[in-house]
Every structure is written in structure tokens, then in C-alpha cells.
Design a protein. Structure first.
Length: 729
């Protein structure tokens, strides 16, 4: 009998009797985990036994067979074991090579560590110790060596344990205070104690349809795979056990999206029944004919608007594909049906831009529009608010402050959100919760929800279209207006920037215009970034004395920005030095050359947006990306992709892969909680499957079915508040 046992049990359990902890219990109740180790586990967010069970290994090691030393072959990855018979250091004192010789009775093998700091291993690998080592065997001086092997050092008197040897073993990202071996046996104990209690979230009909194993079986098998498991699938985290968990996780999200969507489209909306006359008028005003893609998307939107259910549609179209015109047609339908339209842009500059473009058309159609930014104050602001509340203004342009502040509309029929990737799910859902509710009273209690059109120039990868945008219908503007040439892209290093300047000179002498873009406004000595302000002065004085230069950055007052933009648009400024405020929406077809300084600092989608600013006419445009080494691998890949393709989808897929879904949206997060297991890129198949299943399921199944209780609970816990799932509970 182990004399320590009673003490441990008192420390661990609630009584001296045998106590089997459950899923929700603290890991401290596990035998051998005291407060100290409990705290270490907490650093990895492992608090309960459920957390521990769901803490999956990140890789595996094939230890089904321990090779005898005599049977090792050079070049082969092998797991072998033996007793330490000798050890020693050689080479430089501060960075020595440490060698250990082990023997298993069939032969001897040298383990080597080069430039080994500290003497941790030296202390651990004393003579007589049993070790298991794994690495690629190399032949050296007639013998075999393992360099920097993975080690498992057995404590005195310890046997090889069956969780760690003679099987495919899991390898975890370890909390402090644990070895792979001790952590493995901890997981094994948690599995024995309560894997049975893991809730099954996937409805049984969906498990049956897709042949999924139970979640508890999946968890068991992911930690301790069967001997006949497929190693490659394991390494890729794509066994059926893994995939079942991904599916489950996606299913919960997709069900939430399906329910959220159902609630949205069940709300009453204004019926838009506009005659075709104003539309015809607008067509005549345009001076160009719409692309077939524009025609198609306008039809899709008109179809939505003619229903009594609110539209929730995402319009994707690359920079320059003509989204504004589509927005204008949609707005016109709503307006000529007696409704109001709000257009929201992600920044004040862009809101101003939109308004400038739109109100020219609207004025000619006799439609009153207004602009509301923070620069508009006092009397003017009051008037705009009043005229909006009384429906004199039919179209109001602004930033998202339009939804966040209490701007009252008399009859808000359509909300258009531009450049959605800056908004995130959360902001969009604000429209769902507040859109109708906060304004309905002023409409005389109609309680109607506005139709919503979201526009984005960042092509949304399929995985995000099914998640972060999963509650929206999608329209695609997959065609550019005729005569557009994609910009040529050239990569330059900092010392070659003269080439870019001379191209600018050439272009400006032909009457064309140029952008020079910088990443930051203020000088940051640390990052050694070139400051746009300083550069503006330098370029004006030394490089382009013959041209008129302008400076545009985020710190300028809005009127000042507008003045600069107007001059650039009118051709009074030839070279515009700017920070990324020009990233989206700036439309000056005569600008045909762009220089992006410190291109390595920009995100991929951002670069794509920027470049789009100079591919807006039939003129041959060129974009110089100036990179200043040293470049990270990711920066190299970004720049490489930019020179290889102008395909927005390709670019955003790469961007998503490089940055991950959270970052992809820029500072505004996607707004969705992260996945525990699934990976949007790797597990796209399960995502698509879960989406189809969940949307079908939502239409037919009563969530109050007793066996669905765990699913319902998880759904509400994770997404209830975010998605305002009012009617699930
Ligand atoms: P984005 O999708 O980037 O918002 P815009 O709506 O700003 O694109 O359109 C870019 C430019 O192309 C604008 O000057 C717009 O007037 C013009 N444009 C839009 N549609 C067409 C078309 N069918 N034919 C020619 N020019 C068009
Ligand atoms: Mg636009």
C-alpha cells in the first residue's frame, strides 16, 4: 500500500472516501494535482476536468515499436531506449557540446546536444538513468548518433508506462511543472474519471447522417489513438475523431447563425415598390452602361426589397468594380418608394467621399441628401438631424455613428454599410437589435426593420462567408467596368526608390497624377519609419520642385482633408503624399502611379486596396512597392503575392492564411468567439457540411427536444448574447 495515498485523498477529495471528480470539477481534485500544479494548469486555461479533456495534443509520436539500438539505421527516425553509461562535455566553455552514451544490451548509442546552454540535462542524465530518445539516427565515426533528440527521462524505479510507450503517444504544449509523461498520465486519469460525462452536442440524426463517432469517443481517441490509427491523419489533425469535433463546433455556430437569420428575416420590413421611372432617369444620367454583373446584382437586390422580409445581403466586389452605382440604384428604389436610406462608411473621409459622389447624382434627380460627420456641428448638425427625423432628407451619409448615436429617421427603409471588413459582426448585429427598436417609435409604431446591404471590397474567403458573414445572402460583382487595366506591380528596395520617382515625373509630365503612401503619420524613431510629413517636405523641395504636392493624413481636420482631396481630384495637386486614409474609396481615375513606402509594413488586403486606387482607368497604371529589409517571411510572401496576382480572392485567401481570421478584419475583430478545435482554413469541408446541416436543422427541429438540451445550452452560452438570440430560450 502506498502510505501517501490517504493524505493525497484528503488533500484532493472532499472526504476520505473514494471520490471521482466530474467534468465541472477543478483539476485540483485529480490525484497528484495540488494547488501548485493546479495554478500551472490554469496558465494554460485548464481549470476544470472538462478543460483538461478538451486540451488536445498538438502532435504525436509513434512509439508503437521501441527499436533495439543494434537495429537502428542511419537516416531513419527512431524511438529507442537505454541506460546512461557515460556523459561528458566538450568544446567551448559557454556553449559546449554535451554527449551521453546509452546502452540497451544490444549496442551503444551517442546522444548529442550542440551549443547547449545551462546544465539541466547534465544533472538529469546521470549514469544509470533510463531514457527514451527519439530522433533521426546519423552515422558518425563508424557509430550512430542522435542529435538533439526528444527525450523522456525516467525517474528512479519508474517503469515505462503504458500511456507513454508501446503506442502512438500524444505530445502536448506543456504547462510548467509537467513533463510530457506526467501530463499524459494526468489526461489518462481525467479520461477514466469523466470522459463518459462529456455532453454530445451534435444531434443524433446529424451524427448518423455523417457517420460521426460520439464526442466522448473522439476525445478519447485523439488523446490516445488506437494502434491502427493513421499517423498521417493524426499529424494533420484530420482523423475522423478530430473532424467530428470540428463539425460539432461549427454546427453550434451555424445553428446560431441560422436562428439569428431566421429571427431577422421574420421581422417585418418595408415593402419597396418603386416604379421604374427614376431608375430609368438614373440610367440616362450615368453616361455609361452597367456591367452585366451590376445588372444582375441590382436585380437580386430589387428582388429582396420587394419582399416583406428585411434584406440581409453582402455585396462583394473588388476595388473599382462599381459598388457605389449599385448602392445608388438600390437607394433610389427605396427612396422613390417613400423611404429613407442611410449609407455608412468606416471613416469620416470615406463618408465625405461617398457623399460627394452620391449627392451629385441625387441633386440631379431632385433627391435631398445629407452628410453627418463629427465635423458637422452646431446649427448645421441640428438641421440635418431635424430634416432626417422629418424625412425631408432621403439619404443620409455618415460613419457608423449613425447607428450608434441616436440619429432618428422617420422611415429608415434601407441601411447600406460600405467596406464591411472594418465593421465586424458585432456592429452589423447592432442594426438588428437597435435598427428597428430604437427608431420604431418615431415611425408611429410600425416596428419595421430596415433592409441591410453590406458592401465590401475585400473579397471574403469562403470560410468567412460561412461564419462571420454566415447570416447574409451574398452577391458578387465579379466583373470590372470595361477598359480597366490591372496595375503593374514592381517591387523595389529602399535604395532604388529613385526609379519610382522618375516614373512619377514621367507620368506627371503627361498630365497624369500619383500617390505616395506611407504607413504612419508621426515619426517613430524606433521603427525608423519615414514620416509622411517630413517626406512631403523633402519631396517637394528636392525631388519634385516642378510639381504641386499635397499631404493627406489622419490628423488633418476634416475640412482640410476635403480641401486637399478636392484639389487632387481637380488636378491642382499632382502628387498626393498620404497615409492609409486613402486606402478605400478614393476615386481619381487620372491617378496612374502609386508608390507604397515601407510596403512590408502593410497587410496584404490593405496593399490590394491601395493598389486598386490606380487601376481605375484604361491607362496603364503602375504600383511600386518599396520594401526596406530585413523582411520577415510573412512580409516576403505578402510582397511576392502582390507581384504575382491582382486576383482579389487569391489575395484575401492568402491574407487569411497568413494572419488568421481574427486579424484578418484589421483592428475591429471578426466579433465571433474563437474556435477551440477547428481551423477555418484546414477544416473548410466540415464547415460547409455543418452549415448545410444546421440551416436545414433550424427549419425543422424543435430545440426543446430533451436530447438537444446540451446543444441548446452551449448555443445560448456561446452565441446567445452576441447574436441577440431572443427566441431560442
Ligand atoms: P468600388 O466598387 O470600388 O466602390 P466605384 O463604385 O467607386 O467602385 O466605381 C469605380 C469607378 O467606376 C467610378 O468612377 C464609377 O463611376 C465607375 N463605374 C462604375 N460602374 C461603371 C460601369 N458600368 N462602366 C463604367 N464606369 C463605371
Ligand atoms: Mg467604393
Amino acid at each position: 500500500m502506498n502510505p501517501d495515498l490517504p493524505k493525497e485523498k484528503i488533500g484532493a477529495g472532499k472526504s476520505g472516501r473514494s471520490f471521482s471528480p466530474g467534468l465541472a470539477d477543478s483539476v485540483r481534485y485529480l490525484k497528484g494535482v495540488g494547488p501548485r500544479l493546479g495554478e500551472k494548469l490554469g496558465q494554460k486555461e485548464i481549470f476544470t476536468l472538462a478543460d483538461l479533456l478538451l486540451y488536445l495534443p498538438y502532435r504525436y509520436e509513434d512509439r508503437r515499436e521501441l527499436k533495439k539500438i543494434s537495429r537502428l539505421k542511419p537516416g531513419e527516425k527512431a524511438v529507442t531506449s537505454g541506460k546512461v553509461v557515460a556523459s561528458g562535455k566538450s568544446g567551448f566553455r559557454r556553449r559546449p557540446t554535451f554527449s551521453v552514451v546509452i546502452d540497451d544490451g544490444t549496442g551503444a548509442l551517442t546522444l548529442k546536444w550542440f551549443r547547449l546552454p545551462g546544465n539541466y540535462l547534465e544533472e538529469k542524465l546521470q549514469k544509470g538513468r533510463m531514457v527514451v530518445a527519439s530522433s533521426v539516427a546519423r552515422s558518425y565515426d563508424g557509430g550512430l548518433e542522435l542529435h538533439h533528440p526528444e527525450l523522456e527521462i525516467l525517474n528512479e524505479g519508474e517503469d515505462l508506462d503504458s500511456w507513454s510507450f508501446g503506442r502512438i503517444v500524444p505530445v502536448y504544449s506543456l504547462p510548467e511543472g509537467f513533463s510530457q509523461k506526467s501530463f499524459r498520465s494526468l489526461v489518462a486519469r481525467a479520461i477514466e474519471s469523466c470522459a463518459e460525462q462529456l455532453p454530445e452536442l451534435t444531434p443524433r440524426e446529424m451524427s448518423a447522417k455523417n457517420n460521426w463517432p460520439l464526442a466522448r469517443e473522439a476525445v478519447r481517441n485523439i488523446h490516445f489513438p488506437r494502434a491502427d490509427a493513421d499517423l498521417k491523419e493524426l499529424e494533420e489533425h484530420r482523423t475522423v475523431w478530430h473532424r467530428a469535433l470540428y463539425y460539432e463546433e461549427f454546427f453550434v455556430l451555424e445553428l446560431a447563425l441560422a436562428l439569428s437569420r431566421r429571427e431577422m428575416v421574420e421581422a417585418p420590413a418595408y415593402l419597396v415598390r418603386a416604379g421604374d421611372r427614376p431608375i430609368q432617369q438614373l440610367r440616362e444620367l450615368l453616361g455609361f452602361s452597367l456591367t452585366p454583373a451590376q445588372e444582375r446584382v441590382i436585380r437580386e437586390i430589387s428582388g429582396d426589397l420587394a419582399r416583406r422580409r428585411p434584406m440581409h445581403r453582402l455585396l462583394q466586389g473588388d476595388v473599382g468594380s462599381g459598388k457605389t452605382v449599385v448602392a445608388l440604384f438600390s437607394a433610389l428604389r427605396a427612396i422613390s418608394s417613400g423611404l429613407q436610406v442611410a449609407i455608412m462608411a468606416p471613416s469620416e473621409v470615406l463618408a465625405e467621399q461617398h457623399w460627394l459622389v452620391l449627392h451629385r447624382w441625387l441633386d440631379r434627380l431632385g433627391i435631398e441628401s445629407g452628410l453627418l460627420t463629427s465635423a458637422i456641428r452646431g446649427d448645421e448638425r441640428r438641421q440635418i438631424l431635424e430634416r432626417t427625423a422629418s424625412a425631408q432628407i432621403s439619404l443620409l451619409v455618415g460613419t457608423q455613428a449613425l447607428i450608434q448615436e441616436k440619429v432618428e429617421f422617420a422611415r429608415l427603409g434601407l441601411a447600406i454599410i460600405d467596406e464591411q471588413h472594418r465593421f465586424g459582426v458585432r456592429d452589423r448585429l447592432l442594426l438588428k437589435s437597435k435598427g428597428a427598436a430604437s427608431r420604431a417609435p418615431t415611425v408611429g409604431g410600425t416596428g419595421r426593420t430596415p433592409h441591410i446591404l453590406v458592401m465590401t471590397a475585400t473579397p471574403i474567403p469562403r470560410s468567412l462567408a460561412m461564419t462571420a458573414y454566415g447570416d447574409l445572402d451574398i452577391s458578387l460583382l465579379d466583373q470590372m467596368p470595361p477598359g480597366r487595366k490591372p496595375a503593374q506591380t514592381r517591387l523595389l528596395s529602399g535604395k532604388d526608390e529613385k526609379k519610382a520617382w522618375s516614373e512619377i515625373k514621367k507620368r506627371c509630365n503627361l498630365g497624369e497624377q500619383a500617390f505616395v503612401v506611407y504607413p504612419l503619420v508621426e515619426e517613430s524613431a524606433k521603427l525608423e519609419l519615414q514620416d509622411a510629413t517630413r517626406k512631403f517636405e523633402e519631396l517637394s523641395a528636392a525631388v519634385f520642385p516642378e510639381f504641386k504636392l499635397g499631404l493627406l493624413h489622419g490628423r488633418l481636420a476634416p475640412e482640410e482633408k476635403e480641401r486637399v482631396m478636392e484639389k487632387f481630384r481637380a488636378g491642382q495637386i499632382q502628387v498626393l503624399i498620404a497615409t492609409t486614409v486613402i486606402e478605400v474609396g478614393i476615386d481619381v481615375p487620372n491617378a496612374t502611379v502609386m508608390v507604397v513606402e515601407h510596403a512590408e509594413r502593410f497587410g496584404l488586403s490593405q496593399l490590394h486596396q491601395l493598389r486598386g486606387r490606380v487601376a481605375r482607368s484604361a491607362k496603364e497604371a503602375v504600383c511600386f512597392l518599396i520594401a526596406h529589409p530585413p523582411l520577415t517571411d510573412s512580409a516576403k510572401e505578402r510582397l511576392q503575392v502582390m507581384t504575382e496576382t491582382t486576383d482579389g480572392f487569391k489575395i484575401s485567401e492568402t491574407d487569411l492564411r497568413l494572419r488568421g481570421p481574427g486579424e484578418f478584419f484589421g483592428t475591429a475583430q471578426s466579433g465571433l468567439p474563437p474556435f477551440r478545435f477547428a481551423d477555418l482554413i484546414r477544416d473548410l469541408k466540415e464547415l460547409a457540411l455543418a452549415r448545410n446541416d444546421a440551416f436545414a436543422f433550424a427549419d425543422t427541429v424543435d430545440l426543446n427536444r430533451p436530447d438537444l438540451a446540451p446543444l441548446k445550452k452551449e448555443l445560448l452560452q456561446k452565441y446567445g448574447k452576441l447574436m441577440h438570440l431572443a427566441r431560442v430560450g
